[in-house]
Design a protein around this ligand. Structure first.
Ligand code: IVH
Length: 690
């Protein structure tokens, strides 16, 4: 019984309709969704419920009465010979949704309880966009988007680029064959594409953007008017149904059921997902839903649910349609992988190596199967690119086991002025100056030795064999000492005593004694080891040696200005600045003087000239991945041999060491006629041969 709607209900209904129109336009026409699907679905269901209560308000132009998209200017329109319909979504996302569908089908077919189970084809619900492919005489003649279901867009050119789409059919396909399926983008392809997009944006290429999710990227690629751009966007395809067929073939020998149709299409060259199977009855559908649910994260592409279709075409015909949705099929979804959440604040975390990471604190949301309340924003530039400010509604995505991300912003007018987030000038953990080097995206805390967040890393670095060497002070012991609150900064190491150490868990007297001996032994060291052990960024073993040789003593290094540091062979502006910043932190100076007071000593000498090394005066550039050496290893070996390692190729470069997937640096070397060598040749040079 429908009563008259109240004014509030009327207003709310109008609002829902206009919101849904707006979101549908953003999604289907602009390929730039303005809200996550889950939010769209929620509004849609709310509207459906209202319209069910007041059918007089369900006008023909309501979003509930239409299939979705409109066409975009710029593409030739295609009228579908057989309308491309939509599919009903089972609202119950629990397993019971499968049982409810089966019960409905049985009721509508008039089956008694004693009748046998209905057979269904259970498929994946791919998260991409629907395409109709028309073949005539076995050749692909036309590919069209769904559009509003009646009229779509001709995207043949772009669809021809998809490797999964056969352009000629193997076997005895009918004269006219239309197949329907989903164009999608694999997650790995999506990540690669977004990485390329990010680089293009960073290089200042105009009009580029990153994509929110693989479906959005796929839709953008298919409807890309510039074929040169479409070509760079890797797409895939799965088939799931039929369109027009000639001769009219609704029940001929080849197409009598959904499953057998898919097998036939597969034999002609169309990809069908391997998980597709026949399920007998509702319980089997529920099991399928459960099984695919656990598999979902491991699939190389996104699915947002599964689809059940009554298998037998004769039964499908009997069931027919309600408005524009078949009664014989249903989409059964999984928890959404994207949700909206309010950004409550931005914290800054300091990592073990001193890197500062902005972390978004969110109003907790259930997304991709877990509750998320913290999401890393990687660095300041990532945050700026996403344009998020505190108080905004953001779109959080968690697909598979991938760490959750903020992929976008729900566009809205900010009602209050919120300043742009800035990185703190001082480390939130230790108060040391925060620095960002030229060309680097990351901000770092310069209080390496002093900073609580970096304490463990700093201790391990200082204690390693190549530095000051404290025998037996490894990962576990460092954890134990720091967590017991015995060590805050490096000098505390030398303040440990037998009584305190023996009081620790799992610490026998003997081990305590050994550690104290090792600490005592470590006090006699050398200046290069000590300098290296301080963990100054960019000061490796070779640079530490150069500094010691050049300045003779530690105080001279501490006192050296940037320009004096630049006189040291192989010290460039970045290294010089890093050394200066380090010794400008009062905490660091304190640590150094405490260490000396506690008895750490080394021999100091007169400032000297560097000895001639085999590769002195040569400049190298390393590019690509070397087969066995990491870039850092290669750099250290080269520097130890007296060479300089630069970041970019110029006429002054002596050698370019190129590994796998070397890019523009290799091209530049070739253009400039710089000698290019591989890892084997590098090793020969280092060994003094060649
Ligand atoms: S069948 C009449 N099967 O989901 C039935 N659709 O509204 C037509 N989709 O955008 C659709 N996987 O592109 C069907 N295995 C599948 C599907 C599937 C994804 C998409 C389809 C459309 C929506 C259905």
């Amino acid at each position: 019984m429908s009563t008259a709607p109240s004014d509030i209900e009327r207003t709310h209904l109008a609002w829902l309709q206009s919101e849904l129109h707006r979101h549908a336009h953003a999604y289907y026409v602009l390929d730039a969704p303005s809200v996550p699907d889950a939010e769209y679905d929620r509004l849609f269901q709310e509207l459906q419920a209202l319209e069910a209560r007041y059918p007089q308000l369900a006008t023909a132009d309501s979003p509930t009465q239409r299939v979705g998209g409109q066409t975009l200017e710029g593409f030739v329109k295609v009228r579908h010979r057989v309308a491309m319909l939509s599919i009903r979504t089972e609202t119950d996302i629990e397993e019971s949704g499968a049982l409810a569908f089966d019960a409905r089908v049985r009721r509508e077919l008039g089956l008694a309880e004693s009748d046998p189970a209905v057979e269904y084809t259970a498929e994946l619900k791919f998260d991409g966009l629907a395409i109709n492919l028309r073949y005539e005489g076995g050749r692909l003649m036309q590919a069209a988007t769904r559009g509003d279901g009646e009229v779509g867009e001709d995207v043949t050119q772009n669809v021809r680029l998809i490797h999964d789409v056969p352009v000629r059919l193997a076997g005895d396909a009918p004269q006219v064959l239309e197949v329907r399926g989903e164009v999608y983008m694999r997650r790995a392809d999506f990540d690669r594409l977004n990485e390329v997009q990010r680089q293009r944006i960073e290089r200042g290429v105009k009009g580029e953007k990153t994509f929110v999710n693989p479906r959005n990227a796929a839709a953008g690629a298919v409807r890309q008017l510039d074929p040169a751009i479409a070509r760079r966007r890797p797409l895939s395809f799965f088939v799931y149904g039929l369109g027009e067929l000639t001769p009219p073939d609704d029940g001929g020998p080849r197409f009598i059921s959904q499953f057998q149709t898919l097998l036939t299409l597969n034999s002609w060259g169309f990809p069908v997902a391997e998980q597709t199977r026949i399920c007998k009855g509702g319980a089997a559908l529920a099991a399928f839903h459960r099984e695919i649910g656990t598999l979902r994260a491991a699939l190389p592409y996104d699915i947002d649910g599964v689809v059940y279709k009554v298998d037998d075409f004769a039964l499908q015909k009997r069931l027919g349609f309600v408005t524009r949705e078949p009664r014989w099929a249903v989409a059964h979804k999984y928890p959404a992988q994207e949700q909206i959440a309010r950004l409550l604040g931005i914290d800054v975390q300091v990592g073990r190596t001193g890197k500062l990471t902005p972390v978004a604190r969110l109003e907790p949301v259930f997304v991709g199967g877990t509750t998320v309340s913290n999401v890393t924003l990687h660095n300041l530039f990532d945050l700026r690119r996403k344009k998020v400010r505190i108080g905004d509604q953001v779109i959080v995505r968690r697909a598979g086991d991938v760490i959750p991300e903020i992929v976008g912003l729900v566009p809205a007018v900010r009602s209050v002025y919120v300043p742009n987030f800035r990185m703190p000038g001082h480390c939130p953990v230790c108060g040391s100056a925060v620095v960002r080097e030229k060309g680097e995206v990351n901000h770092r805390c310069s209080g390496g030795l002093f900073c609580g967040a970096q304490r463990k890393e700093a201790l391990l670095h200082y204690a390693q064999r190549r530095a000051v060497e404290i025998d037996g002070l490894g990962d576990k012991l460092v954890d134990q000492l720091v967590e017991a609150g015995l060590i805050h900064t490096l000098p505390d190491l030398y303040r440990l005593d037998l009584a305190t150490l023996s009081g620790l868990d799992r610490m026998a007297d003997k081990s305590a004694k050994n550690l104290l001996d090792a600490l005592e032994n470590s006090k006699r060291t050398t200046l290069p080891r000590f300098l290296y052990g301080l963990g100054i960024r960019h000061v490796g073993e070779a640079t530490a040696k150069d500094l010691a040789r050049h300045f003779g003593g530690l105080d001279a290094v501490i006192a050296a200005s940037e320009s004096e540091l630049l006189e040291v062979p192989d010290v460039g502006p970045i290294v010089a600045k890093s050394i200066r910043t380090f010794f400008e932190q009062p905490h660091n100076l304190e640590v150094v003087s405490d260490l000396r007071e506690l008895g750490v000593v080394w021999e100091e000498g007169a400032p000297g000239k560097p000895p001639a090394l085999p590769l002195s005066g040569k400049t190298f550039v390393i590019t690509g991945a070397l087969p066995s050496l990491s870039r850092e290893d290669a750099r250290e070996l080269l520097e130890a041999a007296g060479a300089k390692v630069a970041g970019s190729v110029s006429k002054k470069t002596s050698y370019v060491v190129a590994g796998a997937e070397a890019g523009s640096k290799l091209d530049k070397a070739r253009a400039l006629g710089v000698v290019v060598i591989d890892e084997a040749e590098l090793k020969e040079l280092l060994n003094g041969r060649a």
